[in-house]
Design a protein around this ligand. Structure first.
Ligand SMILES: CC(C)(COP(=O)(O)OP(=O)(O)OC[C@H]1O[C@@H](n2cnc3c(N)ncnc32)[C@H](O)[C@@H]1OP(=O)(O)O)[C@@H](O)C(=O)NCCC(=O)NCCS
Length: 175
């Protein structure tokens, strides 16, 4: 983990200035086999193993992305949130999302994902609730995202509106 830690900005460095403080919250605890317990944690740590994140994204069918660009995207995000399943000494990344922001008015959410094995259990909603809570704590009130067509209903349940007051998302791509 030390190697990964060294890839991200430490608190106090310019890239970390003005960002929310890192935190970890125990969301659920339930018994597992052999009397062991398993816990699900929400975290805002940037200490994310890029191979684990890649595995999570591939599990939902997203395209592979170069690690150096993913690392840069994480470094430059305003908020990085994740969900972890902890069982004994093992810790597994099961959910992720990040937000970019102007630190004042606007934030945009990216890469919202829950591992297929854990979907349909309310974790996506928990992830979204926690991101919105974190952003609201920073007094950011305009939260936007780009929804794939099959998840519009999911975001609508979280209170997101499509094309409010006729506003359209517009995109420019290199030709
Ligand atoms: C979208 C995603 C994050 C949802 O996570 P999840 O853990 O399965 O969602 P939850 O179990 O918390 O669902 C919360 C509510 O949203 C609903 N919901 C979940 N996925 C939905 C979908 N695709 N369309 C409409 N409603 C959906 C659930 O039925 C649930 O409703 P309920 O509270 O009335 O029971 C997850 O399916 C995922 O990672 N998908 C692949 C990656 C992806 O497409 N990300 C979005 C990119 S824009």
């Amino acid at each position: 983990m030390t190697f990964w830690k060294s890839l991200f900005a430490a608190p106090g460095t310019p890239a970390a200035a003005g960002r929310p403080r890192e935190k970890e919250i125990l969301l659920a605890e339930k018994p597992y086999r052999n009397g062991e317990t398993q816990q699900i944690y929400f975290s805002t740590s940037r200490d994310i193993d890029l191979y684990e994140l890649e595995e999570l994204c591939l599990a939902v069918g997203w395209a592979r992305r170069p690690h150096r660009k993913v690392r840069k995207a994480i470094e430059n995000s305003f908020l990085v949130v994740s969900l972890w399943l902890e069982r004994g000494a093992q810790r597994r990344l099961i959910g992720f999302a990040r937000a970019t922001s102007d630190h004042a008015f606007n934030a945009t959410l990216w890469d919202v994902v829950v591992h297929p094995e854990f979907q349909g259990q309310g974790l996506g909603k928990t992830l979204m609730d926690q991101i919105i809570r974190e952003l609201r704590q920073q007094d950011i009130s305009n939260i936007t995202l780009f929804a794939d067509p099959q998840v519009i209903g999911f975001y609508q349940q979280m209170g997101f509106l499509t094309d409010p007051e006729g506003i359209k998302g517009m995109f420019w791509y290199p030709r």
